[in-house]
Design a binder for this molecule. Structure first.
Ligand SMILES: [Zn+2]
Ligand SMILES: [Zn+2]
Length: 242
């Protein structure tokens, strides 16, 4: 009898351990580093804007290096460009909203000032960033706060930490931050929003829940799109699966 109880407890512990490992692996850990990116020639840098905390900068570096398998350089902080403030939008539409920075102006600014040595620049700010969505009501979507924005394709993107602390401890906040950085760099690499729930390229659909439930990795179709960009002889039969 005693033996059966011990065996039962052992079984529960083993199944629990397997279950939590599978859960962790799916939800938090990147599936696998992308091994096919040209590590030596593809140069990525983080451009922190003044006020961004060092921990967030290092977390983005870690997330990009771990998932994309690339080396990331951290550039010295620069001030946010004043012209990127939403002031003109608020005036034009008579909106009473807090000061935010227009994400499209920031990625354009990062492109204009990009050191030629880098292929991709990930801007990082602790300020709220916004964009105009083609949706109604206008007063709500003319200056809509977002997590990040990136050219598709293009050399620059921006990520904001401002909205990531909601209902989250530091570890959860940092997981969100890594996923958003991986997502925005994915846009730079020509990835669109993806319909698959097992993919970091899903549209956030205006909800943090999407980010919290998605894995920190690309689905196979998105991986294939990136492969096609970097592997010249990517097999023809794989392209059909896109
Ligand atoms: Zn996106
Ligand atoms: Zn995908």
């Amino acid at each position: 009898m005693k033996k059966q109880i011990i065996l039962g407890i052992a079984l529960v512990l083993i199944l629990g351990a397997i279950g939590s490992f599978v859960y962790y692996d799916y939800h938090y850990a990147p599936k696998r580093t992308l091994t096919f990116l040209p590590k030596k020639t593809l140069k990525v840098a983080i451009q922190p804007f003044k006020g961004t905390d060092k921990g967030s900068v290092l977390e983005v570096k870690k997330g990009i290096e771990r998932y994309y398998g690339l080396q990331v350089t951290i550039l010295p902080d620069i001030p946010l460009p004043a012209h990127a403030k939403n002031t003109h939008i608020l005036k034009k539409y008579h909106l009473k909203l807090p000061v935010r920075y227009r994400a499209d102006s920031l990625i354009a600014y990062l492109w204009d000032t990009k050191p030629p040595a880098y292929d991709y620049i990930i801007g990082l700010t602790n300020q709220d960033i916004s964009t105009t969505k083609p949706k109604k009501p206008k007063w709500l979507y003319t200056d809509w706060g977002i997590f990040g924005l990136g050219y598709r394709p293009g050399p620059t993107c921006i990520v904001s930490t401002y909205r990531l602390y909601r209902y989250a401890n530091l570890a959860q906040m940092r997981t969100r931050l890594r996923k958003i950085a991986i997502h925005e760099l994915g846009h730079n690499l020509n990835l669109k929003h993806c319909p698959h729930s097992n993919c970091v390229m899903q549209s956030a659909r205006e909800s943090m829940k999407t980010i919290d439930t998605e894995p920190e990795s690309l689905c196979d179709s998105c991986k294939n799109i990136v492969k096609r960009k970097f592997i010249v002889n990517f097999p023809e039969e794989q392209m059909g699966k896109l």
